[in-house]
Design a protein around this ligand. Structure first.
Ligand code: HEM
Ligand code: HEM
Ligand code: SF4
Ligand code: SF4
Length: 393
């Protein structure tokens, strides 16, 4: 068995030609050299089969593998070389550190990449509160003083903020977030494509990746009993609460999209009542998002200290909190319709939505986009002949 120093030196020497690896990337390369000799965890997830296709780990390989890792914790709890062993193998933590770095490195525009380090619970909540306060002031200054804030306004929501003003406020922020994330992931895709066989997408590969995303396959621990959270017991809670969150978000998004079509194509103006489609989607999505984020919040607080990158916890919590605040304030707004609190609740909901949209491209939301891209590359790569002729995909 080689010593820790020798393995570290080898990993450094194998670093991709003249491309210098960061400390976090070097650590992943070091650990992958150990895992490649051990291979005990081969059946746990997609990372280990992808690892066996490589003898060296360059920058692009490391970025790909880090975003393929689902931080399920299985390999940490199974590992005979985990701390306090001198090899100090902790794959989920090493991968999490590189993931955080890739979000910042691939950010568009690059200068805003450092915003990832600033994301946190306080900043997210302060942004939502600040934007809500700004909207409250706009209502007070534009209406007849404080009375405009408490009462039943003529024309409902649009009596407070005209429809075109809302579109003018939200559409640019949302479009910018979409553009920034698309350009970031496009660059990531271009970088990792050559390292992952470079073959084009095929329908079976796309279908397999979609299945892995939609079922969150790699939080099943490889055996279906689930992943780890606070200890070495298996739990399906993380997967289930993520499903509530993910599908809740999609339903809210679908509700807003259907409402936009109603408005522009059919001329049907909000608010919509139950059992209309936007309302059904919105209420189901809002309740699901609240359940999911409440569960993920509890699991995040209880999470094993060695699992992830402690520096990214504030970003994770800020995102969970903003999703919860957005869904809770949306539902409160619906329930508060017809009460004098309407204007205040509308300001709260719109402040939360605006803060969520503004932080989308430089926060935890990136994980879904980068993981999807890596799962796609993995599904393409595993259909190519095995370059080493060992191991199984
Ligand atoms: C474009 C930005 C958005 C605007 C202008 C907006 C505005 C509104 C308004 C006016 C309502 C009250 C509807 C009613 O009482 O009938 C509402 C409800 C709601 N909103 Fe938003 N919203 C936006 C984005 C979002 C997002 C991104 C989410 C969640 C991630 C969300 C979640 C909800 C929920 C759960 C409800 C309550 C259910 C419903 O009434 O359909 N909203 N929103
Ligand atoms: C598109 C594909 C997606 C995949 C494959 C995916 C996968 C994952 C995985 C594996 C985790 C646990 C590991 C980690 O914390 O990094 C996670 C956490 C999380 N995801 Fe996703 N996700 C996706 C999209 C989304 C979306 C669209 C949302 C919500 C809008 C979302 C919200 C969250 C939240 C709130 C967490 C919890 C962070 C924590 O535990 O502290 N995810 N996701
Ligand atoms: S994480 Fe540990 S047990 Fe698993 S393959 Fe790597 S060295 Fe082996
Ligand atoms: S933490 Fe889970 S997903 Fe990540 S490498 Fe280990 S077993 Fe695979």
């Amino acid at each position: 068995m080689q010593s820790l120093e020798a393995l570290t030196r080898d990993a450094r020497a194998l670093a991709n030609g003249d491309v210098v690896l960061s400390a976090a990337e070097t650590e992943v390369a070091r650990q992958m050299q150990i895992c490649n000799a051990c291979r005990y965890c081969e059946g746990f997830c997609a990372v280990f089969p992808a690892m066996t296709r490589r003898l060296e780990f360059g920058k692009a390989d490391i970025h790909f593998l880090a975003n393929l890792c689902h931080n399920c914790g299985a390999c940490l709890h199974a590992c005979q070389y985990a701390p306090p062993h001198e090899f100090a193998v902790n794959v989920p933590q090493a991968m999490a550190q590189v993931r955080g770095q890739t979000y910042a490195d691939y950010a568009w525009p690059p200068a805003l990449g450092q915003l990832y380090q600033r994301q946190g619970l306080t900043l997210s909540l302060a942004l939502a509160a600040g934007l809500a306060l700004f909207l409250v002031l706009a209502v007070v200054l534009h209406g007849q003083g404080l009375a405009a804030l408490w009462g039943t306004p003529q024309g409902g929501f649009y009596g407070i903020f005209p429809h075109n003003l809302l579109v003018g406020l939200f559409a640019p922020v949302f479009l910018f977030a979409t553009l920034a994330l698309s350009l970031g992931v496009r660059r990531f895709w271009r970088d990792v494509a050559p390292a992952t066989s470079g073959a084009p997408l095929s329908p079976p590969a796309t279908a397999e990746a979609a299945d892995a995303v939609l079922r969150l396959k790699y939080l099943d621990g490889g055996h279906g009993d689930g992943c780890h959270n606070e200890d070495d017991a298996y739990t399906l809670s993380r997967r289930r609460f993520h499903h509530f969150t993910f599908y809740g978000f999609l339903l809210c998004f679908a509700a807003t999209s259907v409402a936009t079509l109603y408005h522009y194509l059919l001329g049907w103006v909000a608010p919509y009542e139950l059992p209309s489609l936007p309302k059904l989607l919105g209420v189901a999505g809002g309740v699901s998002l609240m359940i999911g984020t409440a569960g993920l919040w509890r699991l995040n607080l209880q999470r094993h200290a060695l699992h992830g990158d402690a520096a990214q916890k504030p970003m994770d919590r800020g995102f969970i909190a903003l999703l919860f605040l957005t869904s809770a304030s949306g539902l409160l707004l619906w329930l508060g319709r017809g009460t004098p609190a309407l204007a205040l609740l509308l300001c709260l909901h719109l402040g939360a939505v605006m803060a969520l949209f503004a932080t989308l491209p430089y926060g935890k939301f990136a994980h879904g986009i980068f993981r999807t891209a890596s799962l796609l590359r993995h599904a393409v790569e595993k259909r190519q002949p095995h370059p080493i002729g060992l191991g199984a995909d």
